[in-house]
Design a protein around this ligand. Structure first.
Ligand SMILES: [Fe+2]
Length: 217
């Protein structure tokens, strides 16, 4: 059986739409080069896996697992990340009890206030050693307890947890603009979080109906 072939999903906004928070240069490289490379390598690993299945080459299958995890995770995480973001000043970037009632209520219940949640999230992001991601997850499915978690390299959030949104903490996500000012990046990123998508993921989980993710990955 032929393995699936994945393609780069288009951004839901222009490359310069997130300026001044994230530069056009970063977005172009991040999307066209970094995300594309994960997809290219995932497709190659899946094709090699399909060939190994045909020949019952178990040793080869085992050797491919890390490549599939890393590059498949990279594709999943970036597909989620692009939809996490929205131009600064857009109505999707507003977070309050009216804009995202279910998620706002859950966040304030869990952390006391939106500000306290953001401070806790920033601390988690700055605590990541090396490359990784910070996530707001719904533990155990939609409408369940919220938590802030980090993952190493390109490890994705897996079921039953639902990633409400994630923040890419690889240097390729910010270094060309923020240089070593990682704290500046994790402070500014809140201006471009898409809370409409976050609310939908919190209330409905990840589905093709919500943001086409399952079709994309
Ligand atoms: Fe990235």
């Amino acid at each position: 059986m032929a393995s699936p072939t994945y393609t780069l999903p288009p951004l839901p906004y222009a490359y310069d739409a997130l300026e001044p928070v994230i530069s056009k240069q970063i977005m172009e490289l991040h999307h066209q080069k970094h995300h594309q490379t994960y997809i290219t390598n995932l497709n190659a690993a899946l094709a090699a896996q399909a060939a190994a299945v045909q020949t019952n080459n178990v040793a080869r299958l085992i050797s491919l697992q890390q490549k599939i995890k890393f590059n498949g995770g990279g594709h999943i995480n970036h597909s989620l990340f692009w939809r996490n973001l929205t131009p600064p000043g857009s109505k999707e970037a507003i977070m309050n009890a009216d804009a995202a009632p279910a998620l706002y209520g859950a966040i304030t219940e869990r952390w006391g206030s939106l500000e306290a949640f953001i401070e806790a999230f920033k601390a988690a992001l700055l605590g990541i050693q090396g490359s990784g991601w910070g996530w707001l997850v719904s533990k155990g499915g939609p409408n369940a307890r919220l938590d802030i978690v980090t993952t190493k390299d390109q490890d994705p959030i897996t079921e039953p947890d639902v990633p409400i949104f994630g923040i890419d903490m690889w240097e390729h996500a910010y270094y060309l603009q923020y240089l070593n000012n990682k704290a500046g990046y994790v402070t500014e990123i809140w201006k471009v979080i898409n809370w409409v998508i976050a609310e939908e993921r919190y209330t409905n989980g990840i589905s093709a109906k919500i943001d086409g993710l399952k079709a994309a990955i």
